[in-house]
Design a protein around this ligand. Structure first.
Ligand code: CP
Length: 306
């Protein structure tokens, strides 16, 4: 396994998280560099994506590298039965870094075991999405001025939402208080609640997305109910629109509270929130570019701040 691979947010220490955020801030101020001259990066997306793939590819382009890859595995030899192992070994012959998204939990970890080429996990099933977490941390620090002592309300699909799982793990260094707002079918899995207990992280669980919860939050992190993770489509239909945030619910929110969402959204944030000063999700997605520039450099052993 290449030690520069990034599979889980738990692969990165507190100091490294803060350094990556500083590198990302540098790239926000100075986006274009020739740091990847002569390097080729593969983006292998076995699952759909807009932001993650395009921001990673833009990041490579901003750093003067080149990109190969696919956004639809049906056009590749995996549709003829080629295994993930063989695909990864083949692509490793051509590139310096592999960025991959896969529908199976553990696929990125497995990929690191069959190649010495660094792997960045761009999402594996309901498991982890560490580059999203890094851009979430960047967005929290940028809007709140700190990562410490934040009250963060996670809303929606807490069962299958890999972004909220990764965020809980990353925030363990920064003394957060979490609120988990979910219906009975989509509660935060026990393993992440136990993680909070083991790490002294305060949390409470709610089925009601109440004004008390909204008005005492520093960050509200909305999530989509993910149709693609349900085996019972009737259950999806029952819960899909259970929490919708609209502008009238924000009247007494803290002035500096910010609404994050990994996107895409479906119905969980009404369009009238887009013009509210608390809305930050489009800026959050833009931050993904700078953070992914920093993560690509880390994976290739490049440190522009040294
Ligand atoms: N947030 C996120 O992962 O978006 P995409 O699925 O569009 O990449």
């Amino acid at each position: 396994m290449n030690q520069n691979s990034l599979v889980s947010i738990s692969d990165i220490s507190r100091e490294e998280i803060l350094h990556i955020l500083d590198v990302a801030a540098y790239f926000e101020r100075n986006p274009n560099h020739k740091l990847l001259d002569g390097k080729v990066v593969a983006t292998l997306f076995f699952e759909p994506s807009t932001r993650t793939r395009l921001s990673f590819e833009t990041a490579v382009n901003r750093l003067a590298g080149r990109v190969i890859g696919f956004s639809d595995a049906a056009t590749t030899s995996s549709s003829k039965g080629e295994t993930l192992k063989d695909t990864i070994k083949m692509v490793s012959n051509y590139v310096d870094l592999i960025i991959m998204r896969h529908y199976l939990e553990g696929a990125a970890r497995y990929a690191t075991e069959v190649t010495d080429t660094p792997i960045i996990n761009a999402g594996d099933g309901a498991h982890q999405h560490p580059s999203q977490t890094m851009l979430d941390l960047y967005s929290i620090r940028k809007t709140q001025g700190t990562l410490k002592d934040q009250t963060i309300t996670l809303v929606g699909d807490l069962k299958y939402g890999r972004t909220v799982h990764s965020l809980i793990m990353a925030m363990k260094y920064f003394n957060p208080t979490f609120r988990f707002v979910a219906c009975n079918e989509l509660q935060m899995p026990e393993v992440y609640k136990q993680f909070c207990r083991d790490n002294g992280i305060a949390f409470s669980e709610h089925t009601d997305f109440s004004s008390d919860v909204i008005n005492s939050s520093d960050i509200i992190y909305m999530t989509r109910v993910q149709r693609e993770r349900f085996t019972d489509i009737d259950e999806y239909e029952r819960v899909k629109n259970i929490y919708t945030l609209n502008a009238s619910m924000l009247q007494d929110a803290k002035e500096n509270m910010r609404i994050l969402h990994p996107l895409p959204r479906v119905n969980e944030i009404a369009q009238d929130v887009d013009d509210d000063p608390h809305a930050y999700y489009f800026d959050q997605a833009r931050n993904g570019l700078y953070v992914r520039q920093a993560l690509i450099c880390r994976a290739l052993g490049i440190d522009i701040l040294k």
